[in-house]
Design a protein around this ligand. Structure first.
Ligand code: ZN
Length: 220
């Protein structure tokens, strides 16, 4: 059962109270499981970020003071706040990404960008779904440059990278990554997932697909 409560939190930047949705419990849609890029239906994906509607500060905890509060006044930050086609959760993740980049936390910036894309998936806003996946890929590239994987393992990163490239229609690049990853893959489950990705890429499939499809588990 999903129970969501609205709390009011005082923004550490402007000192104004904002409503924040807090999930006390949720149905995780266990039968379906996560998508190949890790989105879990039924989980509080859109509500993990807290967003102050007064000053536009976004954080996983808006009562905590940011290290670089001046970012909120920059043009690129204000441009996100003015965006007309995306909802507040998506704006929150995009704004949060600016703070994480300023802290050189590219792993965190990868996940906030990808979560922005998931919000767009749920809203059927396909331009945002692709644009923020491309942004996530750039954050992954920077994280790898710093020698930091964005997930639990290098192989899992390759799967994520392949899936994000496929979802943005970059099939040639996705195929090159997946073939390279398959060469070094020794783990049976990961091998299945990568071969499933390869088949989707061969079919020119940009749609969302699920880990359980790759595992051949019937779910209804
Ligand atoms: Zn504020």
């Amino acid at each position: 059962m999903t129970i969501v409560r609205t709390e009011h939190k005082t923004c550490a930047v402007c000192d104004v109270s904002s409503p924040v949705r807090v999930w006390l419990s949720y149905s995780s849609f266990e039968k379906m499981g996560p998508s190949l890029d890790g989105c879990q239906p039924g989980a509080p994906n859109a509500d993990l970020v807290q967003f102050c509607r007064h000053c536009g500060y976004a954080s996983y905890e808006i009562t905590e003071v940011p290290q670089c509060p001046g970012i909120i006044k920059t043009k690129f930050y204000r441009d996100v706040l003015k965006h007309r086609w995306i909802d507040d959760s998506c704006k929150g993740y995009l704004c949060l990404t600016f703070f994480l980049v300023a802290d050189d936390d590219y792993k965190g910036a990868f996940w906030s960008s990808l979560r922005a894309a998931w919000v767009c998936d749920a809203d059927d806003y396909w331009q945002g779904s692709e644009e923020y996946r491309l942004q996530a890929l750039e954050m992954m590239r920077r994280s790898h440059e710093a020698g930091i994987a964005v997930s639990e393992s290098q192989e899992q990163d390759h799967l994520l990278q392949t899936d994000l490239l496929r979802r943005t229609g970059s099939f040639q690049q996705a195929m090159s990554i997946v073939m390279e990853a398959l060469k070094g893959c020794r783990e049976q489950k990961m091998g299945r997932l990568l071969r499933f990705e390869r088949r989707l890429i061969e079919n020119g499939d940009k749609a969302v697909h699920w880990v359980k499809e790759a595992e051949g588990v019937a779910w209804a």
